[in-house]
Write a protein that binds this ligand. Structure first.
Ligand code: FMN
Length: 193
C-alpha cells in the first residue's frame, strides 16, 4: 500500500525543478533588466546550448528578443533576497539594478550586464531563432558564447561546495519565495553487486 498522495498537475513541475535558480540579464536600446528564472536546463554539449523559460509577458523577453542575447547568472545563497526581489518586480517600471543596488560587470563577448557579487558564475548567451518560441512556447533556446565562475566554487569543470564557501552555494526555489541552498558535496560510492 503506497503512502504517496496525488500531486495536482499544475504542481508537478515543482517535483523535478528545484535545480539552480538563475538570473537572466538583458539590455537593448539604452534599457537593461534582470529577472529570476527557476526553469533552465542544458540541451546540447557542443556547441553548448541551453533552454530557459522566459515568459512572453516579461520585459526581459522583450529586451532579449530585440537584442538577440541574454546573460544567465548563477546566484549564491547570499544573493537570495536579491534573487527574489528581481523575480517579483517589473523592469518596465524600474531599473532593478539601481533600485536594489546591484553592481554589474560588462560581459566580455556580448557586452551584457552581468553580476558577480554574491554570485557563483555567469554565461553570455545568443538567442537561437526558433519558430516554436515565437509562436507558442515561452522556452528560449540559446548558445553559450562565454562563461566564467568564481574559482572558490567552480574550477577545472567541477563544483567544489563545502563549508568554506556556503554564501556561494547554489539557490533552489521551492515556490512561494522558499529556497534551499545546495549543501556540502557528498561523494557517491559504488554499490556492491
Ligand atoms: C524564484 C523565481 C523563479 C522564477 N522563475 C521564472 C522562470 O523560470 N521563468 C519565467 O518566465 N519567470 C520566472 N519567474 C518570474 C519572473 O522572474 C518575473 O515575472 C519577473 O518579474 C519578470 O521581470 P521583468 O518583467 O522585469 O523581465 C520567477 C520568479 C521567481 C521569484
Amino acid at each position: 500500500m503506497s503512502h504517496f498522495l496525488p500531486v495536482r498537475l499544475e504542481h508537478a513541475s515543482r517535483l523535478i525543478n528545484h535545480g539552480p535558480t538563475v538570473l537572466v540579464t538583458s539590455a537593448h536600446g539604452g534599457r537593461r533588466n534582470v529577472m529570476a528564472a527557476a526553469w533552465s536546463m542544458p540541451v546540447e554539449f557542443t556547441p553548448p546550448r541551453i533552454a530557459i523559460v522566459i515568459d512572453k509577458r516579461t520585459f526581459t523577453r522583450e529586451l532579449a528578443a530585440a537584442s538577440g542575447t541574454f546573460g544567465v547568472i548563477v546566484p549564491g545563497a547570499a544573493a537570495m533576497d536579491m534573487t527574489y526581489a528581481v523575480g517579483t518586480t517589473d523592469g518596465r517600471e524600474l531599473d532593478k539594478f539601481n533600485a536594489f543596488g546591484i553592481e554589474t560587470v560588462e560581459g566580455p563577448v556580448l557586452g551584457l550586464p552581468l553580476i558577480e557579487k554574491h554570485c557563483a558564475a555567469w554565461l553570455e548567451c545568443k538567442l537561437i531563432d526558433e519558430k516554436h518560441t515565437e509562436d507558442a512556447y515561452d522556452t528560449c533556446f540559446a548558445e553559450v558564447v562565454a562563461a566564467a565562475a568564481d574559482p572558490s566554487v567552480f574550477s577545472e569543470g567541477h563544483w567544489h561546495l563545502d563549508a568554506s564557501n556556503e554564501p556561494l552555494h547554489t539557490l533552489h526555489h521551492l515556490g512561494a519565495g522558499n529556497f534551499v541552498s545546495a549543501s556540502a558535496m557528498k561523494k557517491a560510492r559504488a554499490l556492491p553487486r
